[in-house]
Design a protein around this ligand. Structure first.
Ligand SMILES: Cc1cc2nc3c(=O)[nH]c(=O)nc-3n(C[C@H](O)[C@H](O)[C@H](O)COP(=O)(O)O)c2cc1C
Length: 188
C-alpha cells in the first residue's frame, strides 16, 4: 500500500511512532511529512529521534516543501493519516487553507476523493474545533480522536497506543495483530 503519513505538534507523538512501525511491518510505502512542532513533541514525549522516525518511512519531506510529490493530485496513494493532528492543522484542512505540505497533501487527498484519517487531539474541545471536525466528517474524512477504550482492560500505555493504531490500520484495510479483536477466541 502507498500511504501518506503526517505528524503534527499535538501531544501524542508516540501514536505516530507506533503507526510507522506497524506500517513498516506491513511492507507499505510510506511518505512522511513532519511539522516543526511534531519534532518538538517527539523530543519532549518520546525517546525516538526525528531521524529514527524518518528511517521508518520510505520517503520524507519538509513541511515547507510545497513542490514535494504528495502536494499534487497526480501522486496516487491509498490513504493519508494525520497523527496526531493539532487543532491548527485541523482548522487549515477544514478550510482548504494549504499553508504547508501537510495541509496541502490533505487538501489534495480530499479533492481527489481519497481516504483521509485524522487523529485530532485536544481537550476540552471548543465549538471551533467541533465545527471543524464536523465539516470534515461531512466530507467523508475519518475523525478518529485518540480516546482510549477500557473494555479490553489495557494494562500499559503501550496497550492504549496499540489499540488506536490497530483501529487506524483497520480503516486503511491493513491486517494487524497488535490487539486481539473483541469477541475473538481467548478474549474474556
Ligand atoms: C508539548 C506540546 C503539546 C501540545 N499539544 C497540543 C495538542 O494536544 N493539541 C493541539 O492542537 N496543539 C497542541 N500543541 C500546540 C501545537 O504544537 C501548536 O499549535 C503548533 O502550532 C501546531 O502546529 P502544526 O500543526 O503545524 O504542528 C502542543 C504543543 C506542545 C509544545
Amino acid at each position: 500500500m502507498k500511504l501518506v503519513v503526517a505528524v503534527t505538534g499535538a501531544t501524542g507523538a508516540v501514536y505516530a511512532v507506533r503507526l510507522l512501525e506497524a506500517l513498516r511491518a506491513t511492507g507499505s510505502e510510506v511518505h512522511l511529512v513532519l511539522s516543526r512542532w511534531a519534532g518538538e513533541t517527539l523530543r519532549l514525549e518520546t525517546d525516538t529521534t526525528v531521524d529514527t522516525l524518518r528511517g521508518l518511512a520510505t520517503r520524507c519531506y519538509q513541511e515547507n516543501d510545497l513542490a514535494a510529490p504528495v502536494a499534487s493530485g497526480s501522486f496516487q496513494h491509498q490513504g493519508m493519516v494525520v497523527v496526531p493532528c493539532s487543532m491548527k492543522t485541523l482548522a487549515g484542512i477544514a478550510h482548504g487553507y494549504a499553508a504547508n505540505l501537510i495541509m496541502r497533501a490533505a487538501d489534495v487527498t480530499i479533492k481527489e476523493g481519497r481516504k483521509l484519517i485524522l487523529v485530532p487531539r485536544e481537550t476540552p474541545l471548543s465549538p471551533i474545533h467541533l465545527e471543524n471536525m464536523l465539516t470534515l466528517a461531512r466530507l467523508g474524512v475519518v475523525i478518529m480522536p485518540p480516546m482510549p477504550a477500557f473494555y479490553y482492560r489495557p494494562r500499559t500505555v503501550d496497550d492504549v497506543v496499540n489499540h488506536l493504531v490497530a483501529r487506524i490500520l483497520d480503516h486503511l484495510g491493513l491486517e494487524q495483530d497488535l490487539v486481539p479483536r473483541w469477541g475473538s477466541p481467548g478474549e474474556d
